[in-house]
Ligand binder design. Structure first.
Ligand code: DLL
Length: 437
């Protein structure tokens, strides 16, 4: 394979040099953080009052974890480390409680973010000659502008299409000869269904690859999108607290996502004990950002579950890789006492070729017990009015799910395109059980 690197000297930096660089940047981040009201107090409690108190990378562990609640408590300016006049942008995610978590960027922060994104995009083999249609939301959400800036940095022709409106998306693809697209995996599946419905022929499109992220998806879903659209799909991971996309991305090997370790220090801990897991074991990803001056964050609890690859990657990059996110430590469903991750259900159903491109998991109360219903669309070549194959398919899905999650769900089959498709991230779970107060 012909690998290409945007910043080879950094991407292939020997581990020792990379760790020295991390230490140097960590000290700089401490200096910044001591200017924020939140960390001034928190670091003092940990006995850190200057960068000299950090002597090795393991001193990071003296700093307690930072959580989403801390960010909310610090709203709006408790985490700001530079004068407001030097801030050029903010991004925010509105949480379920309604208090947004807000991240501020200086001009240099935006430039650095664009450089990390350029590394991601260029590392998949794309370049100046590509036409990049960015089919994800712009706005406070980081997905739109994040990839947009990276695409421009690489020199691609960027089409800021935004999410939704598949008919317009096809028109743009055809008019401008789009070669690369970016969307959530659920939107990519929706695009494919709509393509079939609208009779858009694959040969009329020039797409060759897609970046897909912002929500969990299984390897089977990747293969499904790749097979149906005849493109390569690269996994893209990030979160707004860590700038947004550009934290970790797959290279041409498509085996795990490289975390840019000159910009982030990654740890993986057991979410219950918060102790580090053994190398290669699954746990919660904890991130410290080193590439942003305006809003420092140390040891942020992402809640995302993953593990490190222990082997180096064939591409020659020295930055470690994480596995596909298999869920969040806080999205586990407990159904009649059994722990179920939505990703386990997706793995089973997306591996079946009869199953269509969209599904929904519903949990509700049935008397004292919990009831799990899995609603899936079916492929359009299966007829809804022929009950025998439909019943056989239902039984097959039920039995395979039972073997995987130890619960026998109700299975409902729906016509292709009939389940709701939100414009942003897919909402795969409806938990209708009354909440304990
Ligand atoms: O989703 C940033 C982003 C935009 C990433 C576009 C990739 C592409 P938030 O809205 O703050 O930011 O949501 C972050 O989404 O903690 C994960 O739980 C989930 N997530 C993001 N990427 C992936 C992925 C953006 N590739 C939260 N696989 C994260 C699984 C993902 N989950």
């Amino acid at each position: 394979m012909n690998f290409q690197y945007w910043q080879p000297e950094i991407e292939k930096m020997p581990r020792g040099d990379l760790e020295s660089l991390q230490l140097q940047k960590l000290k700089a981040a401490i200096v910044n953080a001591l200017r924020t009201t939140f960390y001034k107090e928190r670091l003092a409690k940990a006995g850190i009052t200057s960068a000299d108190d950090i002597k090795t990378l393991s001193d990071l562990k003296r700093i307690p974890f930072t959580t989403k609640n801390d960010l909310r408590d610090g709203f709006p300016y408790g985490f700001l480390s530079i004068p407001k006049d030097d801030v050029v942008r903010l991004h925010a995610s509105s949480g379920t409680t309604g208090i947004p978590t807000t991240i501020y960027f200086s001009r240099d922060d935006i430039k650095r973010w664009a450089t990390y994104m350029a590394r991601c995009i260029y590392g998949t083999g794309c370049g100046r000659s590509d036409v990049f249609q960015n089919m994800i939301s712009y706005g406070l959400f980081t997905g739109g502008l994040g990839l947009h800036q990276g695409g421009e940095e690489v020199g691609m022709l960027v089409i800021p299409a935004g999410a939704g409106n598949t008919a317009r998306q096809f028109k743009l693809m055809q008019d401008f000869g789009t070669t690369v697209i970016h969307a959530t995996p659920s939107f990519l599946l929706h695009v494919e269904s709509k393509m079939r419905e609208a009779g858009v022929k694959r040969e009329t499109l020039s797409i060759k690859c897609a970046f897909a992220g912002a929500e969990p998806y299984s390897e089977d879903t990747r293969k499904r999108i790749e097979g149906l659209l005849k493109i390569d799909v690269y996994n893209s991971y990030g979160l707004s607290e860590m700038n947004g996309p550009g934290v970790a991305f797959e290279c041409q090997c498509k085996e795990g996502m490289h975390i840019w370790e000159d910009g982030y220090i990654a740890e993986i801990v057991n979410p219950d004990t918060l102790e580090p897991v053994k190398d290669g074991e699954r746990g919660e990803l904890i991130l410290t950002i080193l590439c942003r001056e305006a809003t420092p964050l140390f040891r942020y609890r992402t809640r995302d579950l993953t593990s490190f690859y222990t082997e180096p990657c064939a591409c020659g990059r020295t930055h470690r890789r994480i596995r596909r996110i298999t869920g969040r430590s806080d999205d586990m469903l407990i159904i009649n006492g059994v722990n179920v991750f939505p990703s386990q259900i997706e793995e089973v159903i997306m591996g079946m070729k009869e199953v269509g491109n969209n599904y929904l998991i519903v949990v509700e109360k049935d008397g004292a017990l919990d009831k799990l219903t899995v609603k899936t669309e079916i492929m359009p070549d299966i007829f809804m009015d022929d009950s025998r194959p439909l019943n056989a398919l239902k039984d097959k899905i039920k039995a395979t799910l039972q073997a995987s999650i130890s619960i026998s769900p109700r299975v409902e089959l729906h016509e292709s395109g009939s389940l709701p498709v939100p414009e942003g991230k897919a909402v795969r779970v409806q938990d209708l059980r009354p909440k304990d107060v």
